[in-house]
Ligand binder design. Structure first.
Ligand SMILES: [Zn+2]
Ligand SMILES: [Zn+2]
Length: 154
């Protein structure tokens, strides 16, 4: 099933701060509230979208899968690539972590949510910290070779 919040996060990164779907997505994947965000807590042996195991390819219509060419949600990328980019999408594997989570830990990107305000940057030891996937998508570009996001202009 199409995950609207997830698609918005991928396709409208500049509006991501306004997208409560991202918050719902993160809460659904894992209950982050009231404790420190850690890699151990983030790990999942199977994909929450399609149930595939670590290092195995996502199923064809998994809404968690990213396109290996763009880093965009695969099911959205395939649809929009016709208009925006000329490429054949490529599936990716489940790494054990939600797409972007490892990058957030590497770059120290965390935030907590304040209702009616949005996401406020913080450190990983803030009690309500979640991985700041918004900032990751807005300020970091997908590197096809590395299969991760890297700082823009790096
Ligand atoms: Zn999957
Ligand atoms: Zn693609």
């Amino acid at each position: 099933m199409q995950d609207v919040g997830n698609a918005f996060t991928s396709l409208m990164p500049l509006l991501a701060d306004l997208d409560s779907g991202l918050l719902n997505q993160m809460r659904r994947f894992n209950s982050f509230q009231g404790r420190m965000v850690t890699l151990k807590e983030e790990y999942s042996a199977t994909c929450p979208g399609c149930g595939t195991g670590t290092n195995h390819y996502h199923s064809e219509f998994c809404d968690t899968a990213r396109c290996a060419k763009t880093g965009i949600q695969l099911i959205s990328c395939e649809f929009f690539s016709e208009y925006e980019y000329a490429h054949v999408c490529e599936n990716t594997t489940w790494t054990g972590y939600w797409p972007g989570v490892l990058d957030c830990f590497e770059y120290g990107l965390f935030a907590y949510f304040v209702p009616n305000v949005g996401f406020i940057p913080c450190t990983s030891d803030h009690p309500d910290a979640v991985c700041d996937l918004n900032t990751l998508v807005v300020k970091y570009d997908w590197d096809v070779k590395l299969q991760k996001r890297v700082p823009r202009n790096a």
